[in-house]
Write a protein that binds this ligand. Structure first.
Ligand SMILES: Cc1cc2nc3c(=O)[nH]c(=O)nc-3n(C[C@H](O)[C@H](O)[C@H](O)COP(=O)(O)O)c2cc1C
Length: 261
């Protein structure tokens, strides 16, 4: 890494990516870098500071990532050689999403210095593993993040791209067809008896898909990041079409957006 001033942009639905970003920040600081963490859902991509080294951290979703994260990447400004690295977190496998992302960033003029895919506990499961297993997977993932950050500082990283296959997987998994079919089969719902009208779900939603009337009201742009489901204090939110078990790896104030006006 030539430029040791780092801006790390991340999105985390349930805390895994937050833990990874936080550990990387710690390692960068120990290695005499300056580093700022920014939440992707609060930033206009066109306005980012392209004088610094840039990092992106995001969760894998359906062998790709959430459409709003892809939108963020596609709206990044073009540059002349700004260093960039990425890290994604996933339950099992990503479909090689870092490959098409590398192509996009290169086309925009970024210098791609390293990418890492980190296995963390899945936040999209019908039944969860034991607490012990979850802690082990999380600890291993955070350790991998630590090594990756260290390797970035000392220029030991790679950005592997599986040609063709990863592009096909990305274009299928990001296609409107896939997301529209998901919407038909899986949608967030509210149990009004359990809901205490606290508005936390409204504040947590990264894509403004929840409006607060008397009760929270879901629009049709849910991207299934799991935040509202994971942090609802009374378990009033559920998904029609799939029965999921709750998972979170950070406290609510660590993933919470600033209060909306
Ligand atoms: C809607 C959805 C789809 C997912 N799809 C995948 C997937 O295709 N492959 C995978 O390995 N993990 C998948 N996961 C698991 C997450 O990528 C993983 O748990 C991630 O670390 C969550 O990060 P976060 O806690 O920062 O939101 C999915 C999770 C969600 C909510």
């Amino acid at each position: 890494m030539r430029n040791k001033n780092i801006d790390l942009y991340f999105f985390s639905g349930t805390g895994n990516t937050y833990q990874v970003a936080k550990k990387m920040q710690e390692v960068f600081i120990k290695n005499k870098c300056t580093v700022n963490l920014f939440r992707m859902e609060k930033i206009q991509p066109a306005s980012i500071n392209t004088d610094n080294t840039i990092g992106f951290a995001f969760p894998v979703a359906f062998q790709s990532t959430y459409p709003f994260i892809w939108k963020f990447f596609s709206e990044l400004p073009t540059v002349n050689g700004t260093e960039v690295f990425v890290v994604d977190t996933m339950g099992i496998m990503s479909g090689g999403v870092i490959g098409p992302l590398k192509s996009l960033l290169k086309r925009k003029g970024y210098y791609c210095i390293g990418a890492k895919e980190i296995v963390m506990p899945s936040n999209f499961r019908k039944s969860q593993k034991s607490e012990k297993k979850i802690k082990e997977i999380s600890a291993k993932g955070i350790f991998d993040a630590q090594i990756f950050a260290h390797d970035l500082v000392y220029n030991q990283t790679k950005w592997i791209r599986i040609p063709f296959l990863s592009d096909v997987v990305k274009s299928v998994s990001s296609s409107g067809f896939v997301w529209n079919s998901l919407k038909k089969h899986i949608s967030p719902k509210l149990d009004e008896v359990k809901c205490i009208k606290c508005g936390l779900c409204y504040r947590l939603c990264p894509v403004d898909n929840i409006n607060m009337h008397e009760f929270p009201d879901f629009g049709d742009n849910c991207q299934y990041c799991q935040r509202c489901f994971a942090y609802c204090p009374t378990g009033a939110i559920y998904f029609k079409g799939i029965k999921l078990e709750k998972y979170k790896n950070a406290e609510v104030n660590e993933v919470l957006l600033e209060k909306k006006s």
